[in-house]
Design a protein around this ligand. Structure first.
Ligand code: AMP
Length: 410
């Protein structure tokens, strides 16, 4: 089956065309036929980048007003006589959509029935910035490819197995029962993928593994996976909670918000922007939200770049230890995301001090593991340290195939 995987943001569409089936999933033999993205939607200088597998990259730019126009371009590119990879849109068998928030309604991926779409719309107040572009992408794709099944794969669904002690805040319970104020967690597709892949690499059944997965990108979160299920994760009601991130503060005493609003005479919007866009690595360092730049500045002696990196690693170390404690032990710690996959320094600095738990990194193996799957544990370490590049698109394509086939989603 050829599945078109779509990830629609407010001004971008990322996509992949993936050939997969129940048999290919079993054999881990799915094939990426092409991938690409359309960025700067809504401007006169939108950029469409198309990468057919094994062939040269194609880049086009022009005016693209909204998501439907972007998707029309994508299908045109996929079916282009010379540049394309399929003869007609009829070769696309199904579409898999990334959706950020599925609330408590979605505990797994789902086919996009009218009821399911209404339920995603009902989650818009929980994710006002993310669900609307996801829905716009779905509406556009449904118009362009009306005769194939569409599936919805949620960032939150994987964390719906968290127990109440993990997902509730210490607030009046009525806020949960009335307004569903609770921790949802995000990056679920990524944590699920690296969790699955690590069990394959370790050759262990899900019943016998306790994992801590660290998705470290511009947004960052940690997940405790026990028996293949998420039992805790560091992002909460929104992606603001938890680790220090590129521009987000992560964990914070809520009283700071009111104090700062009062002292600096800030509006709700200004303080939300401050916490989400001007904090984290960027706010602390005053230099950049990009870990590569921060590491380069630190090497030149920039003190606040060093402070920001140290805080990032320290908070991650606390979460790794806390989640091992929450599960009563841990068998492997997995690093993924732009920083987790590519920065040996951050991996090793974050785990330093956790030798008492059996975590020990082999520095040579760690230094060599950049953007590739690798076991970077020291010989004899009781707890494995793995690097696994994430692949959210693959999970979306596979869930779509299983839903269409009526097979169970693991
Ligand atoms: P993502 O959001 O997963 O694309 O990750 C983006 C983050 O990964 C940015 O902070 C980048 O600086 C970081 N990153 C990418 N490559 C490297 C690298 N080689 N070393 C350190 N950080 C990196």
């Amino acid at each position: 089956m050829k599945v078109l995987v779509l990830n629609c943001g407010s001004s971008s569409v990322k996509y992949q065309l993936i050939e997969t089936s129940l048999e290919q999933i079993e054999a881990n033999a799915d094939v990426v036929i092409a991938k690409g993205s359309v960025d700067r939607i809504g401007t006169g200088s939108a950029v469409h980048t198309f990468q057919p597998a094994g062939r040269a990259k194609v880049t086009e730019s022009g005016e693209i007003l909204e998501h439907r126009e972007a998707l029309t371009q994508i299908v045109r590119m996929l079916t282009h006589a010379e540049k394309g990879v399929i003869a007609s849109p009829g070769e696309i068998d199904a579409v898999g959509h990334r959706v950020v928030h599925g609330g408590e309604k979605f505990t797994a991926s789902a086919l996009a029935t009218p009821e399911a779409i209404a339920a995603v719309e009902a989650c818009v107040p929980l994710a006002p910035l993310h669900n609307p572009p996801n829905l716009r992408g779905y509406e556009a794709a449904k118009r362009i490819l009306p005769d194939v099944p569409h599936a919805l794969v949620f960032d939150t669904a994987y964390h719906q197995t968290m127990p109440p002690v993990s997902y509730l805040y210490g607030l009046p319970y009525v806020l949960y029962s009335r307004h569903k104020i609770r921790r949802y967690g995000f990056h679920g597709t990524s944590h699920r993928f690296v969790g699955w892949r690590s069990r394959q690499l370790l050759g262990r059944p899900r019943e016998e593994t306790r994992l801590v997965t660290c998705h470290l990108g511009n947004g960052a979160s940690v997940c405790a996976i026990d028996h293949g299920r998420s039992v805790d994760t560091s992002m909460g009601f929104t992606p603001l909670e938890g680790l220090l991130m590129g521009t987000r503060s992560g964990d914070l005493d809520a009283s700071v918000v009111f104090h700062v609003m009062h002292e600096e005479d800030l509006t709700e919007h200004q303080v939300t922007t401050m916490l989400n866009k001007h904090s984290g690595l960027f706010g602390l360092s005053g230099v950049s939200n990009d870990m590569r730049e921060l590491l380069a500045e630190e090497a030149k002696g920039h003190e606040r770049a060093k402070l920001a990196i140290d805080l990032f690693c320290y908070r991650l170390r606390k979460y790794v230890a806390a989640y091992a404690g929450a599960m009563g032990g841990v068998d492997a710690v997995i690093f993924t995301g732009g920083i987790g996959e590519n920065s040996p320094a951050i991996r090793s600095r974050s785990l330093a001090g956790l030798e008492f738990m059996g975590l020990e990194v082999d520095e040579a193996k760690n230094a060599a593991a950049i953007g590739t799957e690798a076991d970077v544990s020291a010989a004899g370490a009781r707890v494995k340290t793995l690097v696994i590049p994430t692949n959210e698109e693959l999970i979306i394509a596979r869930d779509t195939v299983r839903l269409v086939a009526g097979a169970e989603n693991p």
